[in-house]
Ligand binder design. Structure first.
Ligand SMILES: NC(=O)c1ccc[n+]([C@@H]2O[C@H](COP(=O)([O-])OP(=O)(O)OC[C@H]3O[C@@H](n4cnc5c(N)ncnc54)[C@H](OP(=O)(O)O)[C@@H]3O)[C@@H](O)[C@H]2O)c1
Length: 275
């Protein structure tokens, strides 16, 4: 199958919603791609126009125009719109690399919908890409090449921690890191509100909660220690941390998180079935 050269870095986003905005903000912030190298589209054209005005990228007149202008096409529609969107652009998609962000939509279904001539890779990002702290998990379909994988990694490595995984695990990834920022933000919101209840002012409570979570994550990323070991280090018997942890444990905190992740995974599986 003929391929675009590795250096070609014009990128088109089909869909101009929340995740497209986060990905483009991340790319522009890290300067891995320039605004004039990015094209966007949307169903009505309105969200694409707004995004173009906001970020200095180009709103294309149609999906076909955007696809023809770029070598990497990033599908950022809702899952329910994904297959219909690419089915109507089969001709333009021939020999292009299509990176799909759509939760639950299988790469073989995307390959067929694109007419069997595009190179397909599934990806699961999260919104933290917009500040250069995201995760993007890649699952290449057999139609892709090692060069495609290299190109995608090169483009996104500056704004996300990249992982590669087999596609059957993508629904678990969607649940953990795709939806995960919202779970972490709920915890953060709880810390802030608890700070207010215990007498802190809003600015300090917000800053302390955010830096506390960032610092805890950095301990995991920058040491070889497990969460349990790190937790034990800061939990003296009968101390303040132990008192708080006891409340969380008695309420089944970890079990609740497990149920939330499983519910999100189930929803990703349902989206694939009801595509
Ligand atoms: N949001 C997240 O945190 C997140 C995280 C990981 C993965 N994802 C995945 O990313 C995808 C997009 O999610 P989102 O939250 O960004 O959705 P969203 O905010 O609702 O945006 C969807 C975009 O798709 C456009 N669209 C619909 N049909 C189209 C078509 N035929 N051609 C071109 N554009 C079309 C919409 O245009 P209009 O505005 O005109 O309707 C809108 O700009 C989903 O598949 C989701 O699973 C999202």
């Amino acid at each position: 199958m003929p391929q675009e050269p590795l250096a070609a870095n014009k990128i088109s986003f089909l869909g101009s919603g929340r995740i497209a905005r986060a990905l483009i903000q991340g790319l522009l912030k890290t300067e891995s791609v320039a605004p004039h190298e990015i094209f966007v589209t949307s169903h009505s054209g309105v969200s694409a126009k707004h995004l173009a005005e906001e970020l200095g990228v180009t709103a294309a007149m149609s999906n076909n125009e955007a696809i023809e202008a770029a070598s990497m096409i990033i599908l950022c529609t809702k899952p329910a719109q994904a297959l219909a969107t690419i089915t109507t652009s089969q001709k333009s998609l021939a020999n292009k690399l299509l990176l799909s962000m759509a939760a639950g939509i299988r790469s073989e279904d995307l390959f067929q919908a694109a007419g069997g001539k595009a190179r397909i890779m599934r990806a699961m990002p999260n919104t933290s890409v917009r500040v250069g702290k995201g995760t993007i998990v890649l699952a290449p379909h057999p139609s892709t090449t090692p060069e495609d994988l290299l190109l995608v990694k090169k483009v996104f490595s500056a704004c996300a921690a990249l992982e590669e995984i087999s596609e059957e695990k993508m629904d678990a990834v969607t649940a953990l890191s795709g939806s995960g920022p919202a779970f972490a933000l709920l915890f953060l919101e709880g810390l802030v509100e608890a700070g207010l209840q215990t007498g802190l002012d809003p600015k300090i409570a917000r800053s302390l909660a955010a830096h506390t979570l960032e610092g805890a994550a950095a301990l995991i990323l920058q040491t070889e220690q497990s969460p349990q070991e790190l937790r034990a280090e800061i939990t003296s018997p009968n101390g303040t941390t132990a008192a708080g942890l006891r409340v969380l444990e008695e309420a089944g905190f970890k079990k609740i998180i497990e149920q939330a992740v499983k519910a999100a995974r189930l929803r990703a599986q349902e989206l694939a079935v009801t595509k």
